[in-house]
Design a protein around this ligand. Sequence first.
Ligand SMILES: Cc1ncc(COP(=O)(O)O)c(C=O)c1O
Length: 459
Amino acid sequence: MVLSEKELLAKEKKYCSWGDTVHYLDPPKFFDRCEGSYLYDKEGTPYLDLQMWYSAASFGYANPRLAEALKKQVDKLPQLACQYLHSEKVELAEKIAKSAERLFGEKGRVHFNVGGSQAVEDSLKLVRNHTKKNFVFAFMGGYHGRTLGASAITSSYRYRRRYGHFSDRAQFVPYPYCFRCPYGKKYPDCGMYCVKQVDKLFETEYNGVWDSKAGESEYGAFYVEAIQGTGGYVIPPKEYFPMLKKILERHKILLVDDEIQMGFHRAGKLWALAQFDTTPDILVFGKALTNGLNPLSGIWAREGLIHPKVFPAGSTHSTFSSNTLGAAVGLEVMKMTEEVDYEKLVNAKGKAFLARFKSLQRRHRKVIGNVDGMGLALRMEICKSDGYTPDRELADKIFAEGMKGDLQTPQGKRGLVLDVGGYYKNVFTIAPAFGITEKEMDLAIDLFEQLIRRCAKGR
Ligand SMILES: Cc1ncc(COP(=O)(O)O)c(C=O)c1O
């Protein structure tokens, strides 16, 4: 018996916790099928997806090559306890370790888990094990997940408020968010004031982070997203990370690079931090590693931190950590990144899409305050008529209208799937499938324009 959506919603109300999700729409939306850049509802209406599951499905929904890799593994070795080896795990670890060596010039090892937050937890253990410090720096606007450890280093207090005292909560530092500079300055006249403020923290012991007599910081690591994901795809100036890295090196503080959302070419390079010529000590990945199929996540760390002599078997472990299905898909993803020049492809498509968004902004200056992008990580800030004050209500309205699936095109009805993020929840974080075509980019702009006309009448 096939249940109707009405019947399913009634059951959802009764049996589903909402704690494991975010209900943006009332009622929440069902989808039935997905392919390429599209989600389809029960009636078969296509919804062009511009956020691809928060960048987890970057290689396109129902990617046939990845689906095939998964099916093959189901037929070959569908499951195996992590204490035994299978070739896919080893080959995948090698490919990721070699990618880090190529981009960052550092030898290291790879370690797996099953979700982004879990991999962040593992990285925290690695930091504590090496530095014997519990405290870390992280960015205002940063997001690292919702397990307890990851919540402690995620900027939003909302994610901690209900859960008691977080004794090792990160010290949050302003991110280089130039459109809304936390110091009210303008780049490049600012002279990189923001990173100089980080340096200043170490000037005297009375700033609370550094014992100048011992030459030791109370903080073991600095957690960064090269481009903030949930924070609104904020892109820092090129100089920021190289300058930050020098400060951290001087004070023996590890740089942990959270690539969970921006990794696997979202920002144009396999690892986003490589866009800024900066080498991390630890790199955390997840999401697009398996294109969202049978999740797998993990960390890469330089040899000195993760060699089995210092980080032995059992340091972290999950029953599912290097599961065969996830590893097989991850290996296929890495093979794809070696065969296809995603650096060229993503940067070219990003440039073409960004140009279209800039032209949309020129036509709607009283709605769109800022447009920016790196690779296929694009952002659009919805603002009041002054082009600056965040307009969260309008962003929510545009989002909800896009999900109705009734936008008109010569080919029939369409929907538009967007994600609202940013410090003021007024930013569309745009992460299309890497396979997006020029035609789909034109369609996206057309649908956006219809939504603006519908939701921001008279502006
Ligand atoms: C940068 C970043 N870190 C960590 C996470 C947490 O990953 P997960 O949701 O797989 O636990 C996310 C998820 O959105 C993320 O974007």
